[in-house]
Structure formats: C-alpha cells, structure tokens
Design a protein around this ligand. Structure first.
Ligand code: ATR
Length: 271
C-alpha cells in the first residue's frame, strides 16, 4: 500500500521538504509519496480533515500553521508542548493526530554529526534571536544540559517571554558583544546574514578558542558570520544540516525507516 505524507503551509511552494522526503523514498525504495498542500489559515480545520480522509500517515507543518495546528491535535509530544509549536503531525489508523516538534532534534544532530565530541554542558550558549526557531533550539540546549543560555534579541519583550519559559539569562541587544567571551556555542537564529538581509554585526575576535559558531541561515550556506568564525579558526556548523536532520524523525514515523543525511542530499537541497 502506498503511504502518503506531505507539508501544509500558506504559501508552501518554497518548502524544501518535498525534495528531502522524495529523495529518501526513492533511496530506500519505499512506495510512498509526499505532496505540498496550500491551506489558508481560515481553512485549516477542513483542510486537515481532508488529509485525514485521504489516508495520509502525517504531514509537516510550516508557516503560518505551526501554532494553530496544536488545537487540532489529539496529543502533543513533550517537545511540541514545551516549544509551543508543531512542525510534524503523525496520524494514526483511527485518524487521531499527534503533534511533534523535531526542530530541536535537527539542531542538536546537525552539531553532533559535524562535531561528535562537542560537549553542550561545558560552557554557556549564546542564542541570538527569540522567534520560533530560537524556542526549539533553547529547549533542546537546555535538555542537553547547557549550564547557561544567554539570550539576546532586538525586541526585549520576546526574549523576556522565552526567558520565563526556559530560564535564560538576558542580554541587551546593544550589549550583545559583551556575551561573546563567555560563550562555548554561539547560535544565530535570526534572519540576519541571509541573502538580501543585513549582516549580523558581531565581532568574534574575543570569542574563546574552543567556541563553536552556528547559524540557522543556510542561504548563503556560509554566512558572513560563519566566514568570520572560520577566519579566526573557530569551528562552525552551517544551517542546512538542521533542515535535513529535522526531517529524519518525521520520515521514520510515516514511512518506517530512519533515513540518513548524505552528501548527495546536501547537494540536492542546495542546488
Ligand atoms: P523564526 O520562526 O524563523 O525564528 P521569527 O519568529 O520571525 O522567525 O523570528 C525572527 C527573529 O529574527 C526574531 O528574533 C527577530 O527579532 P525581533 O524579535 O526583534 O523581531 C530577528 N530579526 C529579524 N530581523 C532582524 C533585524 N533586522 N535585526 C535584529 N533582529 C532581527
């Protein structure tokens, strides 16, 4: 029997998920398909019902439905509950929806596959930005035992809200630079550095030599921040891996195989 999954969003045409999941379906010889479903916010409930009626095993959730979908789920994984957003839904045989969030998994696996010995508990992490991606990353870092998470966001109220949920230390946006010498890991979760956006103005000359610098931006693959880190011989982790790794648990839940992230897949998604 052909298993079906997909991604819901509005718009959804930009999503890389079909490329990733179709690559794995072919690689593992699985009879399945993965489609995009453009569902407007006001049609979310009826749109999701149609997917259940069509017998989907589940779907990814992208902008703007990541929070709204929670109300339609019959259950939530601990991660989805803690993050307050769902990026993956698994539909069981009875048509019940379980909401999960695999972004934190994707973030951590991206780092550990690049740097297998990286110790998240060794030093504070500096997280820049306080949007949805930051929530998932902070939740995952705290589960990995980060001794302190220093959070810095342009809009302080958003950082305060995350700090209440996860117990981060707050740094003012105009004092971001002062947190750099303390950090064992620096993560940019903002869109700064993306093609067409201004650069994240952060000087890495006073970063500890053991510091790892990571960016969730993957267009360009090597952001100016990562270039500056490399120029200082700091270890770097680029953003594309998070996108690829977050897709793995979803694929396993729907199609029964835990897939690998290969160089070929990297190239496919970047092409
Ligand atoms: P996502 O869900 O991908 O994290 P988001 O929720 O829109 O996206 O969050 C975007 C993040 O990038 C926010 O932290 C945002 O800062 P604000 O909370 O102040 O809006 C940050 N960001 C975007 N553009 C920025 C800019 N020009 N300068 C500083 N921060 C910026």
């Amino acid at each position: 029997m052909t298993k079906k999954a997909g991604v819901i969003g509005h718009p959804v045409g930009h999503s890389k998920s079909p490329l990733i999941h179709r690559y794995w379906l072919e690689k593992y010889g699985i009879a399945g398909n993965y489609e995009t479903y453009d569902i407007a916010p006001q049609d979310l409930q009826s749109g999701v019902k149609q997917l259940i009626d069509q017998g989907l095993s589940g779907f990814n959730v992208t902008i703007p439905h990541k929070v709204a979908i929670m109300k339609l789920c019959d259950g939530l994984s601990p991660e989805a509950q803690q993050i307050g957003a769902v990026n993956t839904v698994v539909i069981d045989k009875a048509g019940r929806l379980e909401g999960r969030n695999t972004d934190g998994f994707g973030f951590i696996r991206n780092i550990t596959e690049t740097l297998p010995h990286f110790d998240f508990a060794a030093a504070p992490a500096l997280v820049i930005g306080a949007g949805g991606a930051a929530r998932a990353i902070i939740s995952a870092l705290s589960a990995k035992g980060a001794p302190e998470i220093i959070l810095c966001n342009r809009t302080r109220e958003k950082a305060e809200s995350l700090s209440r949920d996860f117990g981060c230390s707050l740094e003012d946006w105009d004092k971001l630079q002062s947190a750099v010498p303390l950090a064992g890991l620096i993560v940019n979760t903002t869109s700064l550095g993306m093609t067409g956006q201004p650069d994240l103005d952060l000087d890495l000359s006073n970063a500890p030599r053991s510091c790892v610098v990571s960016d969730i931006v993957y267009h360009p693959l090597e952001t100016p921040l990562l270039q500056r880190a490399k120029a200082r011989n700091l270890r770097t982790v680029s953003g594309i891996g998070m996108l690829l790794h977050q897709a793995r648990p979803a694929f396993e839940a729907w199609f029964g195989v835990f897939p690998d992230v290969t160089d070929e897949l990297h190239e496919l998604v970047l092409s």
